[in-house]
Design a protein around this ligand. Structure first.
Ligand code: URA
Length: 290
């Protein structure tokens, strides 16, 4: 999409309407100062022949030589968007050490707030750590926060969160009786799926969060959370509704995957499957008292 209008010539009202229109179309994250048209063919002058290598003597000389080579007028490049390193092993190790050092949920939240190893935090507005009751017997884990969650800093408060509340209410539960978190605590830009590297970096944190909450029942909301926490490649439609074990590090608790509320908003007929899963949870709760 190409906007030909010079934004500087728009009135404040017109600019606000343009931003609102972008947001309604899902364009709600500005990663760079300057928009990049990734579909545009590069102008011929950008297909560079390699510049002759300057004779560098020192890092300072490198910089001087580079600026001497930079054309004074010509194509300008927006800074590259923040990207996770290609081999995030060090970040994963840093996450493992940071997560293991947290003795309480408050410490874990603080540690995550300071953790700089995941580039998702650069584009997210908030750390979306958790909602609900840390002493609850049930912990629900989704995939990643969406726009509304990012704005409020609370998981599952958008449309799918409202449906989740109704699902819980159907078996007599509310947010005081559950604890809710996500595999990834920062919103991926534009609600894209978190990359395997981002998920791997966040893994030690969500696992530590589960260990610290120490619930009796872990419910994975959707295929992404199920794959991540139940260590399976099984599709969610086959996997859902089965009680499996999840090792918290202290003990093995009961874990079940069910369909994600966002999926149910698109496929309301599948609510009947989730209803069965909810009844299974209700009866497990009643039969296994603490
Ligand atoms: N979807 C999720 O997986 N998590 C949220 O917090 C919101 C929507």
């Amino acid at each position: 999409m190409r906007i030909e209008t010079d934004p500087g010539s728009l009135t404040a009202d017109a600019l606000a309407a343009l931003i609102e229109w972008y947001q309604a179309n899902g364009v709600d994250t500005a990663i760079d100062e300057v928009a990049i048209d990734r579909f545009a063919a590069p102008p011929p002058e950008q297909v560079f022949a390699p510049a002759p290598a300057p004779a560098f003597e020192s890092p300072t000389a490198d910089a001087a030589a580079f600026s001497a080579r930079a054309p004074s007028a010509g194509p300008t490049f927006a800074p590259a968007p923040p990207r996770a390193p290609e081999t995030p092993d060090l970040d994963i190790e840093a996450a493992r050490i940071a997560a293991a050092s947290a003795e309480t949920l408050d410490q874990l939240r603080e540690t995550l707030g300071r953790f700089e190893g995941c580039s998702l935090r650069l584009t997210a507005r908030s750390l979306v750590f958790a909602d609900g009751n840390p002493a609850a017997r049930i912990m629900l884990v989704g995939e990643a926060p969406g726009r509304e969650e990012d704005l409020q800093g609370v998981p599952f408060v958008g449309r799918s969160g409202q449906l989740l509340d109704r699902m819980l209410a159907a078996i007599g539960l509310d947010r005081e009786q559950v604890y809710i978190a996500n595999v990834v605590p920062w919103r991926p830009p534009g609600n894209r799926t978190p990359t395997p590297e981002e998920t791997a970096i966040c893994r030690p944190f969500v696992r530590r969060q589960i260990a610290l909450v120490d619930p009796d029942f872990l419910i994975c909301l959707g295929g992404a959370a199920a794959k991540e926490l139940l260590d399976t490649r099984e599709g969610i439609l086959r996997l859902r509704g089965q009680w499996l074990g999840f090792d918290t590090g202290k003990r093995t608790i009961r874990a079940m995957a069910t369909l994600h509320p966002a999926y149910l908003l698109r496929q309301p007929l599948q609510k009947r499957l989730v209803w069965r899963d909810l009844l299974a949870l209700k009866s497990a709760l009643a039969s296994e008292t603490r």
